[in-house]
Design a protein. Sequence first.
Length: 372
Amino acid sequence: MTDIGLLYIAEAYQCYHGALIGLELARRPGVRVVTYYNDPAAPAALERIRLAFGAPPMTYRRLERSPLNRALQGLRVLGMIKTLTLWENRAALDRLDAIVAVEDTVSLARRVGIRRPRLIYYPHGFGDRARGFARMVSVFDQVLVPGRKTERRMVDEKLVAPSRIDVVGPVKIETCERLRQVGGPLFTLPGPVVLYNAHKAPGLSSWPRFIEPILSRFAAQDEMNLIVAPHIKMFRRRRAAVRARWERRSGGRVLVDVSSERLLDMSYTSAADIYVGDVSSQVYEFLLRPRPCVFLNAARHDWRSDPNFAHWHLGDVVEEPDLLWQAIRDAPARHALYRERQQAVAQASLGTLSPSPAVRAADAILRDLGAG
């Protein structure tokens, strides 16, 4: 029997990137899968995915946490205390044949004494930021990536040898094709739908400079509808009252969502006609179907030759809030300048959905383990 652990050491939103791989591995003869999680919200996300695909029940285990660890996590502002959690679970995790993770912090497993299992990494995103290409990636025994773009950059930056990379396709997109909430229209008023998708990354996020001007401008017009849907982590550690206060700013042509499942399942990237954002990899989810984009350079980075901003070549880039409204209005007419490039870059970033990315990922993992 081959024992494989799906390890979610960070927030529950990362389950959307890996759960389907776990479901597929569990279907294979001679494979036993246990899902370990840190965030108490993870089982709900995992069950949502499992039920959507009609899969049999899975084994979920909450990672052990000492009283100190529980107290630190209870502060919320400190996050998931990932390294300490790994150390406190090293004995159980070291009994596995392989650990599959979507969070690069798991590369610290060797430092805390987890020696036996193969460490397998599938990044939880498709983006260009330097954070996705940190040196810690080189610790993993096998790296699965969605598309050729990530493979090339990891090889070019000498993070991973080509023999240790498998291109498997976009598991999250395969998952969300089944999950996303289609339902009725998001707005009762006619007009294009603009998605504002801000990241939380310090020094890169457009939220501090742009959110109030965006809300004010859309509230004062009657041409377009706006979805404000920042990265799920932006408000995760904030009090419920803070999240509710932002969401109460919805009305008419504006929908503000800082906490719901729709931030995770591609409901908004599918529904929007125009994308406005900064450095979130969700732009590639939007570009599964090429459409107009506007990017926000809030910190005035010198971005044109920087690979960490490669996606900013897929639409106009705005540095000042008072220029954004016109850029959004012009975006459909200017889309012809970017459409072919969007198609090429999206294909390189996302890979292909056929055959199933989860099946390809499971096949690659079992080949690596000599169990395929």
